[in-house]
Design a protein around this ligand. Structure first.
Ligand code: BGC
Length: 798
């Protein structure tokens, strides 16, 4: 089902460019979108793409990953075990403001006469640059050049260079650099995806001071008890005369430079900004001191060194993570160019969402918006971790360790919902379940299996035994316990192990029995737990003893997991020869998507949930996702039939769908659909396919676009850690190249229509399979193989 029609990023706003997103004019109509598109961040700190002058803005946003307020969830009618505490990532004090006045007139984009306007997000340098030539009403031509970065190498630091030159005259110029606290939080009453917020003012003012060029303020958050300090310091370079004043109360601080600007003489301000936060353990004073140290170091280093560091960090990232695609000059090069630009921007935004997410997860919107309240979902493990595991395993490891840090709360949560083992929260910041809607929240038990699936891939691809035997094994034991407790052996199903009253990934079908995705993934989780425990018992006695100590693991537990997995019920309909999404899915009435007005999507905003639930209509890939993740458990025929059945029912109302549909379409040889879905996924945000990029980036879909390229077009599969390729380069592309990091080795892959080249760029020896043929690569070696044509889709044979 393909609903969306607008698929091209507005070219007049973002001309095609392989490494840059360039806004060539100021379009107030696109203000909300561009605030997201031009976001910069490092996974700890994120700035929306608001202008330095602070206005105009739709959502002025500055976010710190995991920095949140809690609030009691109030239910009209409550029930036992409902989640109790809401969590919302806060919009923290905004330190990116630098206001400009010339002849006491404020620089304000909507009314300014602009002779030049260009804003560029440079994905190689990691900077957001803007060049504006403003002609004031009195005829003064003022050149404003700014550059902003959130440092990838210095977690707590951001910096802005702001240069003003009056080109044709002299003028009094005031540059006022601010920190503005008490920012509003997004609150969407009608759209359930938006942040619910809370009504109280969450901030308690703590230490604050202004000293010379330095500003400092700190706050404590009322309910969560978290503490934040934010500081800024400045350095000015100019030949013009100037004076400076500063002040800082609890919520607002400024350093103001009043300059007698001389014709053609630049005035350059460097603003360094530091944020430090704590869950409550460190006092505001201590955090102010940390900001002081960060600022001292930044001043010493200077802006240009920070720019250099940023470039080095990104060179390293792109060297590992880039996907280069080349369009066919005779076919649609423009669209290949767009794809390249959007793909890189997606990968760049993922990096910005997690590079320094140390001790936190990845919010569904990264640090680009408050929608979904800054919560962590399965998005991280299923959609983003594959990219990270294969390109930046350090970050993947941090994220898995972060999940482990929630294990005690997951154990507690399992007790709250009357189970044993551990149940990870469907959505959370602090480890507690924050989903107030259990049908599409808590009931998504598959989150347990998703996390364990990501762990398995990570461990196989990196060979990181330490993580597997420590944090990993402990999580495996507790999640396996949950599954064993949750399901039961059903006599009516021939003694098979059934799991009832759960919700799968498709949130348009809830609280069902035997959701195929959940059962398949739970089976995988149980097998994986049993195998790991047995392997440790036989080969790593010390680790095993440790595990027993930490989990109270009993002698035969793994055998029970194994048995439940072996006897897992997997729904299958003999007549249709498909896997029903769950026990009752096929009994429901089919939703008539063709007759549904376009204006009524996403359905969740226009129909009561019960109307949706009683139909066969799918929000996002469910069985189709299982066919990708666990592709070796389906036959080719099943893949065709399942895809053909579910695809027309899938609305794609979740951005997590298109990428998966593209991968499976590519696998079954439906190039047309593969390309269409791939374009939806890749352009999801840059072209605003879902119409809500204003609320932030869809980080999961962005991770999905890497998967579309590598699993979809390169046809990579990694079952059991064995890497195989079955390339399916679509016609619109001429070539594609990328690199993977496999057990510390670097594999470079280049695909054209005719052949594929594999090079072992670093490492020792590596085995990969190309269309069924095993290849062994030695260091530095390139092996080239022709590509067999893709299979003809069923029903299209001559
Ligand atoms: C999707 C979920 C996803 C969440 C956050 C929802 O719309 O249905 O699968 O985890 O968004 O991205």
């Amino acid at each position: 089902m393909i609903r969306h029609e607008t698929l091209n990023p507005p070219p007049h706003i973002y001309p095609v460019n392989p490494w840059k997103i360039i806004e060539t004019a100021f379009y107030p109509r696109f203000l909300a979108q561009t605030e997201t598109i031009f976001s910069v961040g490092n996974g700890y700190l994120g700035f929306r793409g608001n202008f330095e002058e602070g206005r105009p803005t739709v959502q002025n946003g500055t976010f710190i990953n995991g920095f949140h307020e809690t609030w009691p969830i109030v239910y009209g009618e409550t029930a036992f075990g409902f989640a109790q505490t809401g969590q919302t990532m806060l919009n923290v004090p905004d330190a990116k403001v630098v206001k400009l006045y010339v002849d006491d007139e404020p620089f304000y984009l909507p009314t300014a006469m602009l002779q030049i306007y260009e804003r560029t997000l440079d994905m190689q340098s990691g900077t957001l640059d803007r060049e504006v030539l403003w002609e004031t009403p009195s005829g003064k031509r003022v050149l404003i050049e700014s550059r902003r970065l959130v440092s990838l190498s210095q977690r707590h630091l951001a910096a802005i260079s702001f240069q003003v030159t009056v080109l044709n005259d002299h003028a009094p110029v005031v540059i006022c650099s601010e920190i503005v606290g008490d920012q509003p939080n997004q609150s969407g009453d009608k759209d359930p995806r938006q942040s619910k917020g809370f009504i109280h003012n969450p901030w308690i003012t703590e230490d604050h001071y202004g000293r010379k060029n330095r500003l400092m303020l700190s706050h404590r958050v009322k309910n969560s008890g978290m503490v934040l300090a934010c500081g800024a310091d400045h350095h000015i370079e100019t030949e013009c005369e100037y004076s400076r004043s500063s002040s800082c109360d609890g919520v607002y601080g400024k350093v103001e430079f009043s300059v007698d600007a001389r014709m053609g003489k630049p005035i350059q301000i460097f603003k360094y900004v530091a944020y430090h936060t704590s869950r409550g353990g460190a006092s505001p004073q201590e955090l102010c001191e940390r900001c002081e140290r960060t600022l001292d170091r930044a001043l010493k280093l200077g802006f240009s060194s920070l720019v250099k560091e940023q470039r080095t960090f990104l060179d390293d990232f792109w060297q590992r993570a880039d996907i280069e695609i080349e369009g066919d000059p005779e076919k649609n090069t423009r669209s290949a160019g767009e794809m390249q630009q959007a793909l890189r921007w997606n990968l760049f935004q993922i990096l910005q969402a997690c590079a320094r997410a140390e001790g936190t997860g990845i919010p569904a919107k990264g640090l680009t918006g408050q929608t979904y309240e800054g919560h962590y979902f399965w998005d991280t493990e299923i959609y983003v971790l594959p990219f990270l595991t294969y390109t930046t395993p350090r970050i993947a490891r941090n994220l898995l360790r972060f999940r482990h840090s929630m294990l005690d709360r997951a154990r507690k949560r399992a007790r709250e919902v009357n189970q044993v083992g551990a149940l990870f929260p469907w959505r959370t910041i602090n480890g507690e379940e924050a989903s107030a809607y259990y049908a599409a929240g808590t009931a998504q038990y598959h989150i347990n299996a998703d996390i364990m699936f990501a762990l398995r891939k990570y461990a196989e691809i990196t060979d990181d035994k330490s993580l597997l035997f420590n944090e990993g094994a402990e999580m495996l034991v507790e999640t396996a316990r949950l599954w064993l407790d949750l399901g039961f052996y059903s006599e009516r199903q021939g003694g098979c192990f059934c799991i009832h009253s759960v919700t799968g990934p498709d949130e348009y079908t809830t609280v069902v029995n035997n959701n195929a995705f959940t059962n398949l993934m739970a089976r995988e989780n149980l097998w994986h737990a049993a195998q790991t425990v047995q392997f440790m018992r036989e080969n790593f006695a010390e680790h095993y003893a440790n595990l027993v100590h930490r989990t109270g693991l009993a002698e035969k537990e793994d055998q029970h997991w194994q048995e439940a997995a072996d006897r897992m019920f997997i729904p299958y309909d003999e007549e249709l020869r498909i896997h029903p999404q769950d026990d009752s899915f096929l009994d429901r009435e089919v939703w008539d998507l063709k007759k549904t007005p376009k204006s009524h999507f996403p359905l969740l905003l226009y129909y009561h949930p019960l109307v949706i639930y009683r139909h066969q209509v799918i929000k996002q890939a469910d069985v189709v996702l299982a066919m990708f993740l666990l592709g070796d458990e389906f036959t080719r025929e099943q893949k065709h039939r399942n895809f053909d059945y579910y695809d027309p029912l899938t609305t794609g109302d979740s951005s997590l769908s298109a990428c998966i549909q593209a991968i499976v379409a590519a696998e079954i040889g439906d190039e047309e659909k593969a390309v269409k879905y791939a374009r939806y996924a890749v352009l999801m945000d840059l072209a605003d396919v879902g119409g809500n990029v204003k609320d932030g980036c869809h980080i999961a879909s962005m991770g999905g676009t890497w998967m579309v390229a590598v699993y979809g077009f390169a046809g990579m599969r990694d079952f059991g850690g064995n890497i195989s390729f079955d390339p399916r380069l679509p016609e619109m592309l001429k070539s594609m190249r990328f690199a993977l990091t496999l057990r510390g080795q670097r594999l470079e892959v280049k695909i054209t229509h005719e052949k594929t080249q594999y090079t072992l760029g670093g490492g020792d020896r590596l085995q990969v399979t190309h269309q069924g043929e095993e290849l062994t690569l030695s260091i530095g070696e390139t092996i080239e193989r022709p590509n067999r044509p893709p299979p003809i889709p069923e029903g299209h044979e001559k």
